[in-house]
Design a protein around this ligand. Structure first.
Ligand SMILES: [Mg+2]
Length: 382
């Protein structure tokens, strides 16, 4: 059952004028990604997502990766990242770089989807040997919006929809940070998990001042207080405030993650399953992290395909150091609450929460069925 074709499908959905939103590092006026569709010689189809500028990463998938994987068995996914690092695929100089990692992720994920379909198991079982039924979704909400919005509205909507945990955007100024966090905590209640995300907008000094002001609100983690490349800033923050730090959505390659873990720059790593190198690489990162008691909570701002991949990965993460008779930390799973038809419309059964839980698909592979007709509505020319 060798791979016979590789297709990259760049997708975009433009938001209406005035509806841009995002974090402190800028607004997005569209939702875009690239899906990767592999087909084997017996007609089995596998899907993956390369979460990067769609035309650019699509070209990389088709120009560089297609030749390397056509003719391979899907089990070759196990060593695909190493072949990229070694320069065998893509060339020595760019293997560690972001776009190469994104392209690798899309292709590698699709190979795992096929592996799962071949043996009849969901990917999280292939990765971990265990079965996980559900995770705890947290609402990713209270974005910075181009339009005027009362920050209470999206949080109340998330609570009404059953979310028991949430992450909000802050990082514009200290007064605004305090106001937004206090609004969120008031609505969610004292027992809920609440996280904040600065999207790297502060200097270490600003971040320390902000975190000291809001830490009374009992934050489960503080995400990207300073830019991803500012490793000395993470170190400085850790010296001054005692809150769990998280990062990883803007880190690429195992060497950057290893630095985060080894130097204990963060308490939680957040690989994205559209960017981090694929399932084998994500499993490697997870083992690296849990060995040092660093938690693993994937970053998810993807289409339905990347969300499915992140969910399978999250369901596979070891609960170490917790023994079976001890309640482990809940696997909090990011659930983007913003409008995105690439998440909501391209799967035959979109992800939804029930009773504050998100079910992990138990069907083979990613456990999803992609609506290929629907994809065509968002496809852009390569
Ligand atoms: Mg973030």
């Amino acid at each position: 059952m060798a791979i016979r074709s590789v297709e990259a499908i760049p997708l975009t959905h433009a938001l209406q004028d005035g509806q841009s939103f995002g974090g402190t590092r800028g607004m997005t006026g569209s939702r875009s990604t690239t899906l990767v569709r592999l087909e084997t010689d017996d007609g089995t189809v596998g899907w993956g997502e390369a979460f990067a500028s769609p035309r650019a990463v699509a070209a990389l998938v088709e120009d560089v990766f297609a030749d390397a994987v056509v003719g391979l068995e899907p089990s070759a996914a196990e060593s695909l990242a190493e072949r990229v690092y070694a320069g065998e695929i893509g060339g020595y100089h760019v293997g560690r770089q972001a776009f190469t990692q994104c392209a690798l992720t899309g292709v590698e994920t699709a190979m795992w989807d096929i592996r799962g379909k071949r043996v009849g198991d969901p990917i999280h079982t292939l990765l971990s040997g265990a079965t996980t039924d559900h995770v705890v979704p947290y609402a990713s909400t209270m974005y910075i919006t181009e339009w005027e919005q009362d920050p209470a509205e999206p949080m109340e909507a998330a609570k009404d929809d059953g979310f028991t945990a949430a992450k909000i955007k802050i990082g514009r100024d200290l007064e605004d940070d305090y106001h937004r966090v206090s609004v969120a905590r008031e609505i969610l209640g004292d027992d809920a998990h609440l996280m904040v995300d600065y999207n790297g907008n502060y200097t270490p000094r600003q971040a320390i001042e902000s975190i000291k002001a809001i830490r009374e609100f009992d934050l489960t983690w503080v995400e990207e207080p300073v830019p991803p490349e500012n490793t000395s800033g993470y170190r400085e923050i850790k010296q001054h405030v005692d809150v769990p730090l998280a990062a990883g959505e803007s880190h690429f390659g195992r060497f950057e993650f290893k630095k985060l873990v080894d130097e204990r720059l963060v308490d939680i790593i957040q690989p994205n399953l559209g960017q981090c190198g694929g399932f084998a690489e994500a499993r490697f990162l997870a083992k690296l992290a849990v060995t040092e008691n660093v938690l693993v909570r994937p970053h998810v701002w993807n289409s339905g395909v990347g969300t499915a991949a992140a969910l399978q990965f999250a369901a596979s993460v070891p609960s170490y150091p917790h023994a079976p008779d001890m309640a482990p930390e809940p696997v909090l799973f990011e659930f983007d609450r913003s409008e995105n038809p690439l998440r909501q419309e391209i799967l035959e059964t979109p992800f939804d929460i029930a009773d504050g839980e998100l079910s992990v698909p138990q069907e083979p592979g990613l456990g999803i069925t992609v609506d290929e007709d629907r994809l065509e509505e968002y496809r852009i020319s390569a």
